[in-house]
Design a protein around this ligand. Structure first.
Ligand code: CU
Length: 146
């Protein structure tokens, strides 16, 4: 009987651990091949499987001197980009950064990025955790997203 109890405990804790595991999932990451001497835009999906909201508060990569979070805004009859300090991802929700919308902007690239290159980005969240993301550079039309 004791052995059965012990086995059940392992099963329960094993399961609990799985559920309290990393609540933040980052996927579908890519960078659009930029025109020469231009900043590059990066896209990804941040999924928050946890019960608390999380915020993306900083982004960094060796590939650029500075990386910012930009949102698109309609202002004076045209779309403009605006830098934001953080990006909220509500509990149990996901936020998609995609062409025409919110994106990461890699400013002052240290070297040209070409289709087929891969860039490592570090995402830092409000709870102090970090995620490393490999972002393939892809050449796509301006309004192509896939
Ligand atoms: Cu931008």
């Amino acid at each position: 009987m004791k052995m059965v109890v012990a086995f059940l405990l392992v099963a329960v804790f094993g399961c609990a651990k799985e559920h309290t595991g990393d609540p933040i999932v980052v996927r579908d990451a890519w960078i659009r091949e930029p025109p020469p001497r231009s900043p590059a835009a990066g896209y990804l999906v941040i999924e928050n499987r946890g019960g608390e909201p999380v915020a993306l508060v900083a982004v960094a990569t060796e590939a650029a001197a500075q990386t910012e979070i930009h949102v698109m805004e309609y202002k004076d009859d045209r779309m403009t980009m605006r830098r934001v300090e953080e990006l909220q991802v509500p509990a149990g929700a996901e936020v998609a950064l995609k062409p025409g919308g919110t994106h990461l902007m890699l400013m002052e690239l240290r070297q040209p990025l070409r289709d087929g290159d891969e860039v490592e980005l570090v995402l830092r969240f409000g709870d102090g955790t970090e995620r490393r993301v490999q972002m393939p550079v892809q050449k796509k039309g301006l309004y192509e997203s896939e």
